[in-house]
Design a binder for this molecule. Structure first.
Ligand code: HEC
Length: 143
């Protein structure tokens, strides 16, 4: 009897855990957007503006060719948000003069992650941060 009770308790806990896991998919999505927005405001908004349009940032006017309007990326790409391109640009795989060189991108530390961390972990963390910025930008595309 005792073990039967324990068995069903474990079943119940497993069940509760899976409900939590399913429920957190949505929580993760909005969390990711919130994190992405924070990263964007920290690393991109100075030039591309808090709105993403490239006009309202503190440094938007310093460029002869103004920072790209990031809310039009999907529109200018046949309606599809160019996620891989954006990630490539942020990572520095796709160099743009205004963004600095591959070795010294203007947002420095997110690309390499925490310089005190070695190897995969730091890289994964940097990739995850860049991904959240991409997700956030995707969420602010003009329709
Ligand atoms: C120091 C100012 C500055 C910062 C910071 C900055 N950008 Fe830019 N960005 C620019 C300028 C200027 C351009 C336009 C350059 C050009 O077209 O040659 C640009 C262009 C782009 C483009 C379009 C490139 C293309 O192929 O047309 C994307 C996407 C982009 N930036 C994303 C970002 C993201 C995401 C961040 C934050 C991680 C960021 N930028 C931070 C100045 C900046």
């Amino acid at each position: 009897m005792r073990s039967g009770f324990r068995g069903s308790m474990i079943g119940l806990l497993a069940c509760a855990a899976s409900v939590v896991a399913v429920g957190s998919v949505h929580a993760d999505d909005s969390m990711q957007l919130q994190v992405g927005k924070k990263q964007y405001m920290k690393y991109c908004a100075t030039c591309h503006g808090p709105s993403g349009t490239g006009t309202d940032g503190a440094a938007s006017r310093l460029f002869t060719k103004p920072p790209t309007n990031l809310t039009l990326l999907a529109k200018n790409n046949g309606g599809k948000f160019p996620m891989m391109e954006v990630i490539g640009i942020v990572k520095g795989d796709q160099p743009i003069a205004a963004h600095g060189t591959r070795e010294m991108p203007v947002w420095g530390d997110i690309i390499g992650g925490d310089p005190t961390q070695e190897g995969m972990y730091a890289k994964d963390e940097a990739d995850a941060k860049i991904m959240t910025i991409g997700k956030y930008l995707e969420s602010i595309q003009a329709k």
